[in-house]
Design a binder for this molecule. Sequence first.
Ligand code: ADE
Ligand code: ZN
Length: 327
Amino acid sequence: RELPSILNRMPKAELHIHIEGSLEPELIFEMAQRNGIKLDYPSIEELRAAYAFTDLQSFLDIYYAGAGVLQTEEDFFDMAWSYLNRAKADHVLHAEIFFDPQTHTSRGIPFATVIGGLDRAVRRGREELGVSASLILCFLRHLSEEEAFAALEEALPYRDRFIGVGLDSGERGNPPEKFARVFARCRELGLHLVAHAGEEGPADYIRDALDILKAERIDHGVRCLEDADLVARLARERVPLTVCPLSNVKLAVFHEMHDHNLGRLLQAGIAATVNSDDPAYFGGYLNDNYAATFAALPELGAREAYQLARNSFEASFVAEEEKKGWV
Ligand code: ADE
Ligand code: ZN
């Protein structure tokens, strides 16, 4: 009865959101028009109808195509500003936002344009919306380590505008060890480290993200339950998992929400959090993710709601002092 209202109104943090995945079809059409780009779909409805995915790669193909409309600093600002307003409506007090610079620089968009627009939205969000936000640069794991190093090099003049690095895109066949050296370099630079692991890839990738990349947080990580030793370790070391329930169902990691293991992760003592991943593509923002999981999983109640919100702040990279005001 009261639970949906508690879920909606409780203060929370979002730690796994790809800003390019917040680009709604309406904005894609608006930007295509103002930038003189011809889209493969005649209407917003037809584009949205194409959002029927069978696995991660089938999503990534459409997601990278959609990001092709982003050209100017204004475009990057508008995308992030739109997300921050949605976050505010969901009572998100703090967001750590992924962006994929290689998706844009490979199309000839300067890194300065990308970070300029995103950073301006983040600053304005803090001032006008009271939403605290920071940026995490993700390397595309289907590309080479050399290309990741080049992306890092381009980003370093803007080192003060992002707090860490992550690893995303197609997981299978692109293991953590492929990026061992670039992550070691980022660690020396004092950047926070996260990595997608155990979404489609095996539990071993989660262990390798911790041991080889020294990731502080694992994005998704839901396949850890296939390895009991790993589960015990994640719980013992309080390694946070940024779980994305609607994404997992849309990308067929779980057949339906009823099968999702979020409740089991919490029961195992893992610091799981709820996140939206790519809300424009997966049918909902953060509160939609909370609503869908709690509606489908009977083991989740008010205690777990509180635990998840608390986990989201504890797992964030904000200073301990600031966390105290939240948890
Ligand atoms: N890029 C955007 N969303 C992603 C996901 N869920 N997994 C890997 N790469 C992504
Ligand atoms: Zn993701």
